[in-house]
Design a protein around this ligand. Structure first.
Ligand code: HEC
Length: 129
């Protein structure tokens, strides 16, 4: 059996950045909801992401796909920041690394809001009268 990613247990111990799972728009994963967890030192930076945000080296962002009720877990997508930029990783529901095309991840994330991150779902603006 292939061992899970060494930090799988650790990252799943971090509190999710949003209280409810949200419907994923950027990844065609099943189940289609997800929660995001960020390494504690960078959580505040992530939740207030703007276009000129630069997160610190060592930051880890994990998006775990799941059903809305959390009963069915899907793959986790992981971004890890080093001094020379981001690396991308995907894990099976059990946390085992799976083969992905990092260029595909990086290419789409290059169009993100700030520092290759899309950030948490934004609240919809209130409708105007
Ligand atoms: C076609 C565009 C696209 C591709 C390809 C893509 N992503 Fe994403 N990703 C998104 C979008 C959009 C979000 C924001 C959440 C959402 O889906 O609504 C996101 C969110 C994330 C997040 C949460 C951090 C953030 O940006 O706020 C992680 C981690 C992540 N993706 C990892 C990956 C990995 C790993 C891959 C490659 C296996 C990948 N992504 C491929 C579009 C993409």
């Amino acid at each position: 059996m292939i061992a899970p990613w060494a930090r799988f247990t650790e990252v799943n111990g971090w509190p999710p950045v949003s209280t409810d799972p949200f419907l994923v728009q950027g990844h065609t994963e099943t189940p289609p909801y997800a929660v995001v967890r960020v390494s504690p030192a960078s959580t505040d930076t992530y939740v207030s992401l703007v276009s000129d945000t630069v997160v610190a080296a060592g930051t880890v962002v994990v998006m775990r796909h799941q059903s809305r009720d959390g009963k069915v877990l899907g793959r986790s997508f992981v971004m890890t920041k080093a001094e020379d930029g981001w690396s991308y990783l995907a894990l099976s529901p059990e946390g085992v690394p799976v083969t992905i095309d990092q260029q595909l991840c990086a290419g789409c994330h290059a169009t993100a809001v700030g520092d290759s991150l899309f950030g948490p779902p934004r609240a919809k603006a209130a409708a105007r009268e």
